[in-house]
Unconditional design. Structure first.
Length: 125
């Protein structure tokens, strides 16, 4: 199965990025083979709508699961509408997060875990 993990870098050894909409990279990982595709997030500097645009990008990759640190309401709603399950609370490396997901150590969330505009850019304003 292919899942998406938010990442601070472009490899499986990179740390999980705790943000979804403004993460540095999306790593699309095949949980069986650990083959992966790294996608730089074009929405990092968006003035608004980063969560929705990032969720649409991820949904276009035909994945079924997102693993991240936190997720805001707009991104969550967009992913949910696309039938994508969201698992939060991830930390450590992308590879560690994939292994924890495979072991069932994350729970799917049924609501966003942060409020609107609570990413790093929002905190500095």
């Amino acid at each position: 199965m292919k899942i998406c993990v938010t990442s601070e870098g472009s490899s499986l050894d990179s740390n999980v990025d705790p943000r979804f909409g403004r993460c540095q990279y999306f790593i699309i990982v095949d949980t069986d083979t650990l083959e992966f595709e790294s996608i730089g997030n074009p929405n990092i500097e968006s003035m608004g709508g980063a969560g929705i645009q990032s969720a649409q990008l991820v949904a276009s990759k035909k994945i079924k699961v997102v693993v991240t640190g936190n997720i805001g309401p707009n991104a969550f709603q967009t992913l949910q509408a696309a039938g994508i399950e969201v698992f939060t609370g991830a930390s450590g490396t992308v590879k560690e997060a994939v292994n924890k997901y495979k072991k069932g150590e994350f729970k799917a969330v049924s609501n966003p875990t942060v409020g609107s505009k609570s990413g790093i850019l929002g905190k500095n304003k």
